[in-house]
Design a protein around this ligand. Structure first.
Ligand code: HEM
Length: 519
């Protein structure tokens, strides 16, 4: 990729690519920009290359090989699946100690995935619907409490923080059976605070980060916060072990893992508890901000596309009846109704297409090669090989009208007309991968989808939501000139590193819908 500096590699280019954006804009926008304007960066190429190499030495000791073509991504994750990159595992160590699904070696991964997956199965999750509804209701009530009097807008608040509290409470409850009450407390509780501190140390192994791990402060902080989490998790696992033969209906992820081990004729040992603790920490980590961010983007997109919002509300009326207050009893008795919310699912999928929070990072074996149909080989040895679904999802070769927000592309075509450009006939199933594909694909997809559907059902028909950056500027006393603070022309953008967050934690206000006032 050009321009390339013989001394600083692509560092000057990376800086130039970010020039017109706020400094906290996420790297995902750099990747998207390179793919959109590929002719500029690959002047000799006749088409956008499927793999883009980025050299950030001396910040990163290895170059990145970024896969932006679905067939190549499939080679990496499904056809000859490669293990996660060492750097990723290194990043996980402060958080989990390295025994979790994201970190363990492929052989142990297979065993533990088979033990942990049953807890995330649609059948098991269906038993958690009433508990998830209870948490979602707390979320809905909290934002309803922010509505103004009558038809007035209420005070501004940060919607993303409410979503984080919701998703954390849900994953904690489903995984462990414990309630963390993040939504009811005004300040983050010990578990979330400890998790957040540990996540802040989950960094790539650059030289400064390696040195940080040698400091007494690092060790003190890790030990202290790991202890806070483990003092809550270990007794809970012990009590689930003691109760495992008597627990009948609703089974937590822990219960299901215990059952799997017992069914294989083994007795859960102290090693079992260590691995479960490590994995629960990963579930709490991987399960909260991914889902919260996606849901935040759904609210944002619905505001940008009122016609989509109207259709979604109409679907909720049709499937759950016209009175929003009846949604709880109806869904508590008929969980399957959630599966009928096809348009709502299509909206979430379309949001995930355009606002993809993650991909995968692999370390390829010596004999592994990415090969194009004509036989051209793209080397990946000694590189950090990443899939970039955020770019694959907007490829004009695989998506008609890729920049437009069109949930219909995810709905089965009623006329069965294969010529309809929006019809999504799984033409290339590798081109849609927000949860990644292959044996290490996201274990929490079903839970995330269930949670997001419920949050939308319990809020959208009663409230109007206005995500409003101009008002927020006034609240926080910030002067932002015209054209400033924008990424892709929008004030709401993905900020930070890793999964990141929505800028300013998505400032919003709500009001009762006029139909609600009439009730
Ligand atoms: C919208 C929400 C979510 C998105 C977009 C998402 C996306 C992803 C992606 C891209 C991966 C990487 C797969 C790979 O490296 O091959 C992953 C893995 C994972 N996710 Fe999620 N995730 C979401 C929600 C959740 C939830 C709710 C949980 C709850 C437990 C979760 C737990 C995990 C775990 C444990 C893995 C590692 C799986 C394995 O190695 O077997 N995720 N996720």
């Amino acid at each position: 990729m050009e321009p390339y500096s013989p001394i600083f590699g692509h560092l000057p280019l990376m800086r130039a690519l970010r020039q017109n954006w706020p400094s906290d804009a996420h790297t995902t926008y750099v990747n998207i920009k390179i793919a959109r304007e590929w002719k500029k960066y690959f002047p000799k190429a006749t088409e956008c290359p499927p793999v883009i190499y980025i050299d950030l030495w001396p910040i990163m000791s290895q170059p990145f090989a970024m896969i932006i073509d679905p067939a190549f991504a499939a080679q990496l994750t499904q056809e000859t699946p490669q293990p996660r990159h060492f750097m990723f595992k290194w990043a996980q160590i402060p958080l989990t100690g390295g025994l979790d699904l994201l970190s363990i070696d492929p052989a142990n991964h297979k065993l533990w995935r088979s033990r942990l997956s049953p807890g995330f199965s649609p059948r098991n999750l269906a038993t958690h619907v009433p508990a998830i509804i209870e948490e979602v209701e707390i979320f809905a009530d909290a934002i309803k409490a922010k509505a103004g009097k009558g038809a007035d807008w209420g005070e501004m608040f940060t919607l993303y923080d409410k979503l984080i509290a919701l998703t954390f409470d849900v994953i904690m409850r489903v995984a462990t059976g414990l309630r963390s009450f993040e939504q009811s407390n005004n300040t983050p509780g010990p578990m979330l605070l400890a998790l957040r501190t540990l996540i802040s140390y989950a960094k790539f192994n650059s030289l400064p980060n390696r040195l940080e791990r040698l400091t007494p402060k690092y060790k003190r902080n890790i030990d202290h916060n790991a202890k806070i989490m483990e003092d809550i998790l270990r007794p809970q696992i012990a009590s689930r072990l003691a109760a495992s033969d008597t627990t009948r209906d609703q089974k937590t992820i822990i219960d299901m893992a215990i059952r799997e081990v017992k069914n294989s004729g083994q007795t859960p040992s102290s090693d079992f508890i260590d691995v479960v603790v490590s994995n629960i920490k990963t579930f709490l980590f991987a399960g909260h901000d991914t889902t919260a961010q996606t849901l935040g983007w759904v609210y944002w997109e619905l505001q940008q596309h009122p016609e989509v919002l109207a259709k979604m509300r109409a679907e909720h009326d049709e499937i759950l009846g016209p009175d929003p207050k009846r949604a709880k009893p109806i869904l508590s008795q008929n969980h399957h109704k959630l599966n009928e919310l096809r348009y709502t699912v299509a909206v979430i999928k379309e949001t995930l297409r355009l606002r993809t929070p993650a991909g995968t990072i692999r370390e390829t074996a010596r004999d592994f090669q990415l090969i194009a149909p004509g036989g051209i080989v793209y080397p990946t040895q000694n590189a950090v090989t990443q899939t970039i679904p955020a770019v694959i999802h907007i490829s004009p070769a695989h998506w008609p009208r890729p920049a437009e927000f069109l949930p219909e592309r995810f709905l089965a075509n009623p006329t069965n007309d294969d010529d309809d450009p929006l019809h999504h006939p799984v033409r290339n199933r590798n081109a849609y991968r927000p949860f990644e594909l292959g044996s290490t694909r996201c274990i929490g997809e079903e839970l995330a989808m269930m949670e997001m559907k419920l949050a939308l059902v319990f809020t959208l028909r009663e409230l109007d939501v206005d995500c409003n950056y101009a008002l927020w500027d006034r609240v926080v006393g910030r002067a932002v000139g015209p054209g400033e603070g924008l990424v892709d022309g929008q004030r709401a953008y993905r900020a930070g590193q890793g999964i990141g967050y929505i800028k300013d934690n998505l400032p919003a206000r709500v009001r009762w819908r006029s139909t609600e006032l009439a009730r």
